[in-house]
Design a binder for this molecule. Structure first.
Ligand code: PGA
Length: 254
């Protein structure tokens, strides 16, 4: 049985005041969600504040990206070792489609970030997913497989024993067009079958989250699908009642 994960991705949103409000609320909600892993990935500037407020609760936290380097002449970058050792992050999202798209991160760069995160004790959350054109062309699984294969080539299949995959169709992110439970389940199943060609044990154990306009209304049916192990939540993780309802949906399927 895989423990469900509900992870917020705040992107470039928030103020010190909203961070304080939301983290206090979510720490309490996480404490009441015994069988669900709850986490918030926050803008880098707020990670220290999240750490102060969430320490001692069941709520975990992480970054929205990390660099491949730990220290040195890399102006503006986010060190995986600092995230882990200085701010006690559990997770680092890598390969979000907004990073791939706006910052030209290739599959190889994302794989290197995955490796750097893991080598420094963070659990990488590998985001994968196709564009609308690729979906229309029936290329969803080809895209997802290539994004995963780059990581397997660099890190080996066993790296997924301590990592999370987030399937996020780009056409569903921030658009309100949630993938139907059938579409999402089919893709998640295909991803798991692909992993199975490398290792049945890894395929069976890895948590695969759905992301893309997942909200309080759509989460219950999505989370009830056999291969969907929770969600990576953007917009709805900035609203306390919505994120709380999504955690409740995961609890019902834990
Ligand atoms: P959304 O974002 O829930 O706002 O669609 C999800 C994500 O980008 O991780």
């Amino acid at each position: 049985m895989r423990t469900p994960v509900v992870m917020g991705n705040w992107k470039l949103n928030g103020t010190k005041a909203t961070v304080a409000d939301l983290i206090k609320t979510f720490a309490g909600v996480a404490n009441d969600a015994a069988n669900v892993d709850v986490a918030i990935c926050a803008p880098a500037l707020y990670i220290g504040q999240v750490e102060s407020l969430a320490t001692g609760s069941k709520l975990k936290w992480g970054s929205e990206d990390c660099d491949v380097h730990t220290t040195g002449a890399f102006t503006g970058e986010l060190s995986p070792s600092m995230l882990k050792n200085e701010f006690n992050c559990t997770y680092a999202i890598v390969g979000h489609s907004e990073r791939r798209g706006y910052h030209a991160e290739t599959n190889e760069v994302v794989a290197a970030k995955f490796k750097a995160a893991q080598d420094n004790g963070l659990v990488p959350v590998l985001c994968i997913g196709e564009s609308e054109a690729e979906f229309d062309a029936g290329k969803t699984l080809d895209v997802c497989k290539a994004e995963i294969k780059a990581v397997i080539d660099l890190c080996g299949i066993d790296a997924f024993k301590n990592a999370i995959i987030a399937y996020e169709p780009i056409w569903a992110i921030g658009t309100g067009k949630t993938a139907t439970p059938e579409i999402a389940q089919n893709t998640h199943k295909g991803i798991r079958e692909f992993l199975k060609t490398f290792s049945a044990e890894v395929a069976d154990g890895v948590r695969i989250l759905y992301g893309g306009s997942c909200n309080a209304k759509t989460a219950p049916e999505l989370f009830s699908q056999a291969d969907i192990d929770g969600g990576l939540i953007g917009g709805a993780s900035l609203k306390a009642p919505d994120f709380t309802a999504i955690i409740e949906a995961a609890k019902a399927n834990a």
